[in-house]
Design a protein around this ligand. Sequence first.
Ligand code: FUC
Length: 796
Amino acid sequence: MKTLRTLTVLGLAISSAGSLRANTSGENLLLWYQSPAEKWIEALPIGNGRLGAMIFGGTASERIFLNDITVWSGGPQPNADRPDAWKFLPELRQAIREGRYNDATKLANEHFTSQTKIGKSKYQVLGELTLDFNQAEGEVKNYRRWLDISRAMAGTEYTINGTTFKREVFASAPDKAIVIRLSANKANSLNFTLDLSRSEKAQTRFVSPDTLVMTGNTGENLDYESHVRVIANDGIIKGENDKLTVNHANDVIILLTASTSYIPDYSKGFKGADPSIASDQMKAVSNKTYGQLVAAHLSDYQQYFQRVLIDLGSTKASEKPTNERLAAFRNGENDPSLISLVYQFGRYLLISCSRPDNPLPSNLQGLWAENMKTPWHGNYTININTQMNYWPAEMTALSEMHQPLLRHIQTLVEPGKKTAKANFGPEVSGWVTGHNSNVWGWTSSGDKLPWGVWFGANGWLCQHLWEHYAFTGDKNYLRSVYPTMKEACEFWLATLIEDTDGKLVPSPSSSPENWLVTDNGETSAVDEGTAMDKAIVWELFHNTARAASALGVDDDFRQKLDSVRNRLRPQQIGKAGQIMEWSGDWDLNSKSMDHRHPSHLYALHPGSQISVNTTPALAAAAKKSLELRGDAGTGWSMAWKINLWARLKDGDHAYKLLQNQLAPTSESSMRKPGGTYPNLFCAHPPFQIDGNFGATAGITEMLLQSHEISNDSGRYIIDLLPALPNALPHGSVKGLRARGACEVSIDWEDGELTRVWIKTRTSTIPPIRYAGKYLDPVKDMRIVLVRQEARDSENP
Ligand code: FUC
């Protein structure tokens, strides 16, 4: 962890910068239940980034579903692009220009979709660890299972015939293992059989009296290996029928390691060494005591988790089991600490599924998949979902957790150059990618409209490359990713075309997964210059030009980006006062007014081209668009709307969406989507992790925003409590991060700012805004400024 020397404290002096109220203690950071999980969406997730588990907490038998983030079936599909697609580009563009959208649909489907299906590859469960207990019969009493997100540890506890059984489970990042401890308070009470299995292509054998090894493959491209060892302080361990049996014990440790042959290297076909490293990992972890493993795990996990503390107040409602809390909240019970729990749960999940050295970023499932056929293949869906997974990373001080995505983006560049040439012509430079990617370097289009033909993802991904710099000010890092941003710009510079007014537009262009309906009833999902694509290209050029300036390179190129950006067709307002999603004013013709993707509002969020302060007319139009879409939606859709309403500075509406997202559900379908499962996983349908992350980001956007740039200083503006909902009148948050490499802690009472601590590494003070007005950082006694020494590479 970086240590920074405090140089100057301006304003009110205090001994240490930090919030007065925020604390980590209390039931606030606990999920707990009074019965075992029956379904996967009730089980509790743990993870060390790469290895994950879902714990059911049964009493007669314990089921633990296992995951490794690299366990994928399928393999590279180098022929997915249609190599001659570009030959049909003029025809497609012409059809769009002439308003022959039915023809455009046909051409796009026939020539610009992929030739093979991405669904041949799937993210899959690694396996299942089962413990079948042979214990005295009797009534189970005092049952409780829990997940303590302040310690990243899950547990189960119950009593049978006076014997108390306890289980603790955690996934250790430093020791690369899942660790389980079982104990009973009476001798000879632990008797169980342990099985490690997988329903496809796996063999399990015992290699020594205390160790099982499961090996197998997911097809031709990926081998896996998992070891499980039982260490009993007493009792007898036997291997039999590829299972281990433990008898007459009362204190048992189970260790699990796993690895695969996957490496994130396109040039090597993503194939690395055999996965036997799991065996070395097992040797290393077996040499440690349980106490040592716990200590290493806690200090590793808490260095990240404890950076942000939040306290929104607490009521008696927080004493209920988590599933009952959700139900009571839906029925109107005041439970502000449920919001802080949900907030920190998002951070917990991100730390648990996306450690800095992860070979892959978190996918649609995060890390946790239940079976072989994962919904939507567990893809990296990059028309919203993958990006949303990382919205909270920088702002909630988990910048390191962003790294796996930032690296994954770079693995798309080489295949993305092929995709650019196949669809736009052999002369076209730069890289592009369709709406999905996977672990095998897929950058091609999808297999049909409305999702299949969309090329905006390169720009959206580059937003993440830029944001990491905007939040950290790390110029060495910026230098390393600048070529990827530049090559994405080169693609757009080579492919933008003039519209009838001489403005520049992307074509074909789409608005992810939505259909346009023209006034004469023609439909398509391809157009020119959709609201989203214009906003993405605008922002990509804007950020890349800023990157070039910050690095002091490519002056000509920077000027070109600025001048081409000024020629892009601007966002347009339609007859209902809305942001026009398409090139024509057709939003009101839509057959799905409530479509889940509010893509046309990208410029408001996650982009920053539209804001209440700088472009009030467009902000009002964005509001109208949101009203037209309504509040309903799938899990991530509601989460995006929380962020959008927060950017419109309407905290109450943002909070309403959050309440809707927290509606308890045990089943979610496309007809009745969204809500929150008993284990606090967001229901999409089925489970998709993006909504959890989107909610954490959205709550942050209520408390702190920093996306606007001051005209005077060119610095990011720190906007305090920009969308504080009336439902959260008192609170404090400590350790948030803002663009411009600042750390911000805020206290508020009765809906009013009472104190703010801002740590900055620059000699000048960033502009600070509250309630629409700039604050005087020296005279305003609510502000405590702490200036820190900049690292060499920084100059945000
Ligand atoms: C997009 C969304 C769906 C789902 C899928 C994984 O296709 O429209 O709602 O999130 O990705």
